[in-house]
Design a protein around this ligand. Structure first.
Ligand code: SAH
Length: 259
């Protein structure tokens, strides 16, 4: 006891805290952008490499940095076990609670368009499976994600914890129409459910010069995906960059069944 006291001075404690901070920071940085390696079958590794290759060929202008995020994140872990065979195909799939994981081409295209640079603050609306936020978290240390279905938001957080991504991702359960003001403003906002208009709180939480991607459309019908740019004077410019069908933005959690 006495011996412990004699070494536990404020100086040594400060030094120990510094060493601890350095040691815990290293694994988080070391796995950044690294291909996924945690004991999966060679077949799955091979399938993911193939997916990364065709994403590189089919998403015009996608950078090697963005592609490396797709190599780093094991998509199959974000899907139901029954869908293991199609995890690296260009398919969306049900994830329970009436929701879906977006197909990889669309995730890659939207990630590419957002042009996420290291250190940028990013907000995602619609955590869903957690796959898109996992991808974003390989490109910047400041990812925020909001999900309205509690069971999904909690499951995604658990997955992110298991994969060691949590240091880069903050999770919130709630209505993403309102954004997440506490952590804003954001350099980038990605909305992965379709609203029938662009929510004003999201425009307010975007930095001048910032970009937002948002699908706008009627429930379960093909809608336009807008790339919204906030001008220095706070006004917005928007252009249609693609069309697609997304699950609707809902204002409350109606789903409790993991079907
Ligand atoms: N980005 C997800 C895609 C999930 S689909 C992925 O990578 O898997 C869209 C998600 O938006 C669904 O999980 C749905 O529950 C969620 N959602 C719908 N309305 C919402 C709202 N108002 N706020 C937050 N999330 C919402």
């Amino acid at each position: 006891m006495n011996r412990f006291r004699s070494i536990a001075t404020p100086r040594t404690l400060g030094l120990a805290a510094l060493i601890w901070a350095a040691l815990t920071a290293v694994p988080a940085l070391a796995q950044y952008d690294q291909p996924f390696q945690q004991g999966e079958s060679p077949e799955l590794t091979e399938k993911r490499k193939k997916m990364v290759k065709w994403l590189g060929e089919s998403v015009k202008g996608i950078t090697p940095r963005t592609l490396s995020a797709f190599d780093a994140v094991p998509r199959h872990k974000f899907m139901k076990a029954r869908d293991l065979d199609i995890a690296y195909d260009n398919k969306w799939a049900g994830i329970g609670f009436g929701q879906t994981i977006t197909n990889p081409w669309m995730v890659a295209y939207m990630t590419h368009l957002l042009d996420i640079q290291e250190g940028m603050k990013v907000l995602e609306i619609g955590t869903g499976s957690g796959y898109q936020s996992a991808i974003i978290s390989r490109l910047t240390t400041q990812t925020h994600t909001v999900e309205v279905v509690r069971a999904l938001g909690e499951r995604a957080k658990g997955l992110h914890d298991n994969l060691g991504y949590t240091t880069n991702i903050k999770h919130r359960i709630g209505d993403g129409y309102e954004g997440w003001e506490e952590h804003g403003p954001y350099d980038r906002i990605m909305v992965t459910c379709a609203a029938d208009h662009i929510p004003v709180p999201l425009i307010q939480q975007l930095k001048p010069g910032g970009l937002m991607l948002i699908p706008v459309g009627a429930h379960f019908q093909k809608g336009n995906i807008y790339l919204v740019t906030k001008q220095p004077d706070g006004s917005i410019k928007r252009k249609v960059v693609a069309t697609g069908t997304f699950v609707p933005m809902r204002r409350t959690d109606l789903f409790t069944k993991d079907d």
